[in-house]
Write a protein that binds this ligand. Structure first.
Ligand code: HEM
Ligand code: HEM
Length: 232
């Protein structure tokens, strides 16, 4: 008689990657809410935008030194691998699968551009990104792109959430709980590398986050943007 091996847990997303993801969700939603409310909330738009900037800078480094599945080398966009994935449809694929990898890269790049262009943006009234004073021509161009990017970001987020729902409904994969707990359940006889997620790696992430926080503060003062007086 054969018995199905009971599943065991595989650490996929280390704690720093999970915190990165959920804080990024918070900061992006807050950026949209504050820009729509406007008025005095513009100061909070800038603050949440700077939080997103810091988080994305953190992810850039964590993609080089983080847990196994968080490393960029493990989800580089790759056409041949993507086609093979679509053909074989493996039941178990921890981390970003080759199709998801495209959307993850698109989101990281488009959001990175949004956060950096925000530094140069101004609204011609009283909100000015901390680097807008460097060149008013650049400020005008990047403000235009910062605004145009809104539609692309919304489309990518909609696609992202739709994909997560489809994997759940059609593939029975609970990707969100993996992004919450960090662990995927895989058959006991399947041997795959786990992400290292120890107190030591978490401490390294904390030091890195503190350094990036300090750098963003040094760059911008984290203060509400100055008025047009500073800009002209
Ligand atoms: C503002 C909205 C959101 C943004 C900007 C966003 C962005 C991202 C990014 C950049 C990643 C890649 C993570 C990394 O490798 O660092 C990711 C992955 C993921 N996100 Fe989101 N996300 C959003 C909302 C959500 C929501 C609402 C859910 C679930 C309810 C979700 C579930 C996931 C999951 C499960 C993954 C891992 C996918 C996989 O297994 O390949 N996200 N998200
Ligand atoms: C990834 C994070 C960010 C997101 C998702 C975001 C999103 C947006 C959106 C949707 C708009 C409205 C565009 C429109 O009116 O059509 C906007 C405007 C603006 N953002 Fe951001 N933003 C981010 C980061 C930043 C940062 C870091 C700064 C400054 C440090 C900034 C400064 C501004 C300013 C000044 C405007 C007003 C532009 C105008 O009305 O002419 N943003 N942002």
């Amino acid at each position: 008689m054969t018995t199905t091996p009971s599943p065991h847990r595989l650490r996929v997303w280390d704690l720093p990657t999970r915190l990165f993801h959920w804080l990024l969700v918070l900061s992006i939603v807050a950026c949209f809410v504050t820009i729509k409310v406007g008025g005095l909330w513009m100061d909070w738009h800038v603050r949440f935008g700077l939080l997103a900037l810091g988080l994305l800078a953190f992810r850039l480094v964590w993609g080089l030194i983080g847990g196994h599945y968080s490393r960029f080398v493990h989800f580089l966009p790759h056409p041949a691998r993507s086609l093979r994935y679509l053909r074989d449809k493996p039941a178990i694929y921890p981390g970003h699968n080759p199709i998801g990898a495209w959307s993850v890269w698109a989101m990281l790049l488009v959001l990175g551009f949004q956060a950096v262009s925000g530094l140069f943006a101004n609204d011609d009234i009283f909100t000015t990104g901390p680097l807008a004073y460097l060149s008013s021509d650049w400020s005008k161009t990047l403000t235009g792109l910062h605004k145009a990017n809104e539609a692309i970001i919304l489309a990518l987020i909609a696609l992202h959430i739709l994909a997560i729902i489809l994997y759940r409904v059609r593939g029975g994969q609970k990707l969100t709980s993996v992004m919450i707990s960090g662990d995927a359940r895989i058959p006991a006889d399947t041997h795959l590398p786990a992400s290292t997620d120890t107190w030591k790696t978490r401490l390294i992430a904390l030091v890195l986050a503190a350094l990036i926080g300090w750098a963003v503060y040094a760059l911008t003062g984290l203060a509400p943007a100055g008025g047009m007086d500073d800009f002209m």
